[in-house]
Design a binder for this molecule. Structure first.
Ligand code: SAM
Length: 270
């Protein structure tokens, strides 16, 4: 059976819906991708056209399906220890902080955490470097689907292979029976990472300031106005001297000068 095609008008309505929900403007070139991701929802609800689906998600009482559509339209690609230079920098920074005197609990925020690999990679790095010192990681995303996966912390072997062997041995538990071929982050590490839904385009919830915020590979989806709004709001949640990490293909050039580059893609709040 061939799936429904999407008209320009239907795509515009979906685009407005997704921009309202996430702040992300879908380019015309994303039409095929959008159909590919949402067609199963039309089938699920027995709907024939995208117009019917948009009417459905816009109707009162259909918040769950609206969230499902948002989950499907976000791009959640991530890896353990993605962009390893950031983790090298983090280790050096932690060593420097320990030398100069670390006070209180160290707080990190993985601000577009996707399925949790970034947050758990940070947790492994902190656990290895800081020993018994107190630290905590807060991780958030717009998609509730990825947050559920992140809390479950069960990953197929191919993902677990991205974790350096000595850390994998220590922090990943091998599954058996129906979990054969999967690994789960061990409970001690899991309990130091908390996950919650946060829409970076909306006013942020009350939270204590962070020593470091990881805002990696998400700004790329926003136009300059969106990038500016997100960065300026997050920077207000950094402690003075705190660090902001963005993805290797991203830059804050022309977006803000409130934080100053330390090395490319890592910025410090003076
Ligand atoms: C490509 S992933 C990046 C994951 C991870 N930070 C990394 O670098 O591997 C981008 C994530 O941003 C999330 N996202 C998109 N728009 C968002 C918004 N307005 N607020 C919060 N998260 C958002 C998506 O759901 C997705 O999981």
């Amino acid at each position: 059976m061939l799936g429904a095609t999407i008209s320009d008008n239907e795509f515009d309505r979906l685009r407005r819906f997704f921009e309202g929900a996430s702040g992300i403007k879908l380019a015309d070139s994303k039409k095929v991708l959008v159909c590919g991701r949402l067609s199963k929802r039309l089938r699920h609800w027995g709907l024939q056209t995208y117009r019917e689906y948009i009417d459905f998600i816009e109707a009162k009482g259909h918040e769950d399906e609206r969230q499902t559509a948002v989950d499907l339209l976000t791009t959640n690609e991530t890896h353990f220890f993605r962009e390893p230079k950031h983790f090298d920098f983090l280790r050096e920074e932690l060593a420097r902080m320990q030398r100069t005197g670390l006070k209180g609990s160290l707080r990190l925020w993985s601000a577009a955490s996707s399925t949790g690999e970034e947050a758990y990679s940070l947790a492994m790095t902190l656990a290895e470097t800081l020993g018994d010192r107190p630290w905590q990681i807060f991780a958030s995303d717009l998609s509730t689907k990825v947050l559920d996966d992140a809390r479950r912390a069960i990953y197929p072997a191919v993902r677990a292979d991205e974790v350096p062997r000595p850390l994998a041995v220590k922090y990943l538990l091998e599954g058996f029976d129906e979990y054969e071929g999967y690994y789960r982050v061990e409970p001690g590490l899991r309990k130091r990472v908390s996950f919650a839904q946060v829409n970076l385009m909306e006013p942020l919830p009350a939270m204590e300031p962070f020593d470091m915020i990881f805002l990696r590979n998400v700004l790329i989806y926003f136009d300059n106005a969106g990038k500016k709004k997100i960065v300026e709001s997050l920077v207000r949640r950094l402690k003075p001297g705190g660090l902001l990490f963005i993805g290797h293909s991203e830059t804050l050039g022309g977006i803000t000068d409130v934080v100053k580059p330390v090395v490319p893609t890592i910025y410090r709040l003076p």
